[in-house]
Design a protein around this ligand. Structure first.
Ligand code: SAM
Length: 206
């Protein structure tokens, strides 16, 4: 997702350290919550905002594009959501800090597909990155992946056997589950175009 540059975003994020964290302090009571969730690549934040109202627990969202995460942070402020914080960071670069935390679930919604084969290593669902995400999960914790992209779906399915996580469910025709799920901006747009949505659920074994 490449958003138009928004000059206000960087100062806005700086002025809201309560919403946009610069570093992870694992002693922060926010992270001591019984249920803790991570979304990687939150875009404009529709999913994390909606999910934070649906599930008990605290949510951390990562997004590497500052102009885009600025829009998510504004929604979090507008709705006064104490259980959502974000970081303007790339997963790979912030991983060491994240490894101080353990999550109940990690959400990947419509991650960049990097459809060219030579860019496959950039995909968020390489077995190496899934394994790294698995290390951030509590026992029994889950990774929930949604995508419209056939290449990313097939690639992810091939990466799973070597990532050390159990495949709970995979479908290339995911029917939206209103009571347990929230649509991100991309999901809403793709469904509006009549596109098929794929979903994969992984679990860290006990
Ligand atoms: C295609 S958009 C989808 C946005 C949103 N999840 C949705 O479904 O509407 C993917 C987003 O993930 C972000 N992203 C991609 N790789 C990332 C990474 N390694 N760490 C953090 N954010 C990332 C991109 O900047 C982009 O905003």
């Amino acid at each position: 997702m490449r958003g138009r540059h928004k000059a206000w975003a960087v100062p806005y994020l700086e002025e809201h350290p309560d919403i946009c964290l610069k570093t992870i302090d694992e002693t922060d009571p926010f992270f001591a919550c019984e249920k803790l969730y991570l979304e990687i690549g939150i875009g404009k934040g529709d999913f994390i905002v909606g999910m934070s109202k649906k599930l008990d627990g605290n949510f951390l969202g990562l997004e590497r594009e500052r102009s885009i995460i600025g829009m998510a942070a504004k929604k979090i402020e507008a709705e006064s959501l104490p259980n959502v914080k974000v970081m303007a960071e790339d997963f790979d670069f912030v991983y060491e800090q994240l490894s101080k935390l353990r999550f109940d679930a990690i959400f990947l919604n419509f991650s960049d597909p990097w459809p060219k084969k030579r860019h496959a290593k950039r995909r968020l669902t390489t077995s190496g990155r899934l394994k790294a995400m698995g290390a951030l999960l509590k026992e029994g914790g889950r990774i929930l992946i949604k995508t419209d992209n056939d290449i990313l779906y097939a690639f992810t399915m091939e990466e799973i056997p070597s990532c050390g996580l159990e495949l709970v469910d995979a479908t290339d025709h995911y029917e939206f589950d209103e009571s347990n799920d929230v649509m991100s901006e991309y999901e809403r747009n793709f469904r509006g175009q009549g596109k098929n949505i794929h979903r994969i659920e992984l679990r860290k074994g006990a």
